[in-house]
Design a protein around this ligand. Structure first.
Ligand SMILES: [Ca+2]
Ligand SMILES: [Ca+2]
Length: 186
């Protein structure tokens, strides 16, 4: 039949995954496309897994609001709500908790640097090569996000840390900053 488009997910893999998981055609197809982009060889190496895992650890920590190393039902549902909501303020609240590594209610330069590294590692290699020169390394991205989009806006009040409201205000409707806090460059 040739019903799998070239580069698309092979039919038998799709059928097999639908039987063994509860995911829909479109979900599996989307993940397949993302997987192919992330891993052009079609395989995840240990090194790539560790990069993905570094980001995953940050995501987990941002969901684990009481910091006990597990997600209870409430944390889990709040996580689903924040990440799947169409509301941009909710997503930005979540982004803030992602960047606030030590959960003290403020984002600092070292935290921005840490997340910039984890996010950068998720950008497919061929897209890394096409990034603007001031966004082409994790350090440059952290510097730009921190200095241009966060710190400079609030340097009159305090230069070393940014509170949640300020973070959201600085990133909201700011395409250039939004690009730096996510890895999925469309
Ligand atoms: Ca918890
Ligand atoms: Ca912090």
């Amino acid at each position: 039949m040739g019903n799998a488009q070239s580069g698309g997910i092979p039919r038998e893999i799709l059928d097999d995954l639908k039987l063994t998981t509860r995911f829909s055609d479109s979900e599996i197809t989307q993940w397949y496309e993302n997987f192919q982009k992330q891993c052009p060889t079609g395989r995840i190496t240990l090194q790539q897994f560790e990069e993905i895992y570094a980001y995953a650890q940050h995501v987990f920590r941002s969901f684990d609001t009481n910091d006990d190393g597990t997600l209870d039902f409430k944390e889990y549902v709040v996580a689903l709500h924040m990440t799947s909501s169409g509301k941009s303020t909710l997503k930005l609240e979540w982004a803030f908790s992602l960047f606030d590594v030590d959960k003290n209610g403020y984002v600092t330069k070292p935290e921005v640097t840490e997340l910039s590294q984890a996010i950068f590692d998720l950008i497919p290699k061929e897209k890394q090569a096409n990034l603007p020169s001031d966004e082409s390394t994790p350090e440059k991205r952290a510097e730009k996000l921190w200095r241009k989009h966060l710190q400079s806006r609030f340097s009159l009040t305090h230069a070393e840390r940014v509170a949640e409201g300020e973070f959201i205000q600085a990133i909201q409707s700011n395409e250039a900053a939004l690009r730096l806090i996510q890895y999925d460059h469309k």
